[in-house]
Design a protein around this ligand. Structure first.
Ligand code: SF4
Ligand code: SF4
Length: 392
């Protein structure tokens, strides 16, 4: 197999809209394997079973694509425009989800890159492309490829560019200068900064580069299925989907945000998708999967499914004391087909009506008494628990 110069690869990547590219070998990521093992053993992965796969698999690109000789790692940036005040009755959406679903966008461009490489080296190129879809330690591979360093926030940081990007990989039998390229260049560090650790609203970091996923808003709003515990409901604040706080406070992102840098490709920009916030009233009124897919198909919000996003919307409504959503919450607590949605809408409805004084308190008690007869045990239990805690 013919080899290609890194500069040629970067030119080809730029033609596919991929602004940053590095190459590394397929050797095991030994230090990262040990770090991952320790993290798993401490029980910090919460409910993410895919993060509990054997570390030897996650840290070993050669087992993912037998015969691979190199890993080409690419980064593609999404919107870094400043975020204005949150409109009343809205919930926040993390930047990565503002545009179209990055999996498809990145995959298409990586496949185009593979075709261009094949055009240079011939049909003997055997390549597979990945974007957050296989068990690979992407950030560690990006670091080893020389793109940047892993900060205390656990994010890969590209000095001068920041953290708001997606990573993708092309594993292939393309030969590269492994000795030189596999060296781990030290390209920056956090220094004495601790902003991500101290500003995280839920204190989810239990150490530098150690995240307790069960406390992270991104995990709670996107990955966690079913009911949220009351403490978790309070923790998500006004985040409807994901959380950007630890990245927003990172000094490596300040310049790009100040300059309002747009996404590298239009599909990842806010205009192509849903943007920085969503109306909670709109979300709460989505009653079936088909409507949900019509609204959010092709975006990362599909990940939560309808139930998860409405659950989050109800919680954010309560946390934001959005009185005008009382009717929407009442309807969701009565009519929604999902017990999880009814449960959280009931909780949020009670929280909001109780804030409205004695008339609200009457409405809350009336609704809770009816909810005792809800066919779902968890909804009836929520009603019982709330009734027992109401002031006399
Ligand atoms: S995403 Fe939000 S909750 Fe999670 S670690 Fe970062 S700041 Fe904390
Ligand atoms: S906020 Fe500070 S400590 Fe955290 S990753 Fe960025 S530079 Fe490092």
């Amino acid at each position: 197999m013919q080899s290609l110069a890194l500069t040629t690869l970067r030119d080809l990547a730029a033609r596919c809209g991929l602004s940053v590219l590095g190459v590394t070998g397929v050797e095991q990521l030994q230090a990262d394997l040990e770090r991952l093992q320790g993290w798993q053993q401490r029980g910090l992965a919460a409910g993410m079973s895919y993060m509990l796969r054997p570390p030897e698999l996650l840290a070993n690109p050669a087992t993912v694509v037998p015969g691979a000789r190199s890993v080409i790692t690419v980064a593609i940036f999404y919107d870094r425009t400043p975020v204005g005040p949150l409109p009343a009755g809205h919930g926040r959406v993390a930047r990565y989800a503002w545009g179209r679903d990055y999996h498809k966008v990145l995959r298409k461009r990586l496949e185009a890159l593979a075709d261009l490489i094949r055009g240079e080296v011939g049909s003997g190129l055997e390549a597979r492309v990945f974007s957050d879809s296989v068990p690979l330690l992407e950030r560690a591979l990006g670091r080893r490829a020389g793109l940047g360093f892993v900060g205390k926030s656990t994010m890969l940081i590209l000095p001068g560019k920041g953290t708001f990007f997606f990573l993708g990989e092309l594993l292939s039998n393309l030969e590269v200068q492994l000795d030189e390229l596999a060296a781990e260049p030290q390209r920056g560090h956090c220094g004495s900064c601790q902003s991500c650790l101290t500003e995280c609203p839920t204190q989810a970091f239990v150490g530098e580069r150690v995240l307790d996923a069960g406390r992270c808003i991104s995990y709670l709003t996107i990955e966690k299925r079913g009911a949220l515990a009351e403490a978790e409901r309070r923790m998500i604040g006004d985040w409807l989907f994901g959380c950007d706080v630890c990245q927003e406070v990172c000094p490596f992102n300040f310049v790009s945000i100040k300059k309002g840098r747009k996404a590298d490709v239009p599909e990842l920009g806010a205009e192509a998708g849903i943007g920085p916030s969503l109306s909670l009233e709109d979300v709460l009124s989505i009653r079936d999967t088909a409507s949900f897919e019509r609204r959010f198909g092709g975006t990362a919000l599909m990940r939560t499914k309808r139930e998860g996003l409405l659950r989050n919307a109800a919680v954010v409504a309560a946390n934001s004391k959005a009185e005008r959503l009382e009717a929407g919450l009442l309807a969701a607590s009565l009519e929604d087909s999902s017990a999880v949605v009814r449960q959280h809408a009931l909780w949020a409805y009670v929280a909001i009506t109780m804030d409205a004084g004695s008339s609200g308190s009457g409405r809350a008690v009336g609704r809770l008494e009816k909810a005792l007869a809800d066919p779902a045990l968890e909804v009836a239990a929520e009603a019982r628990s709330l009734l027992s805690r109401l002031p006399n």
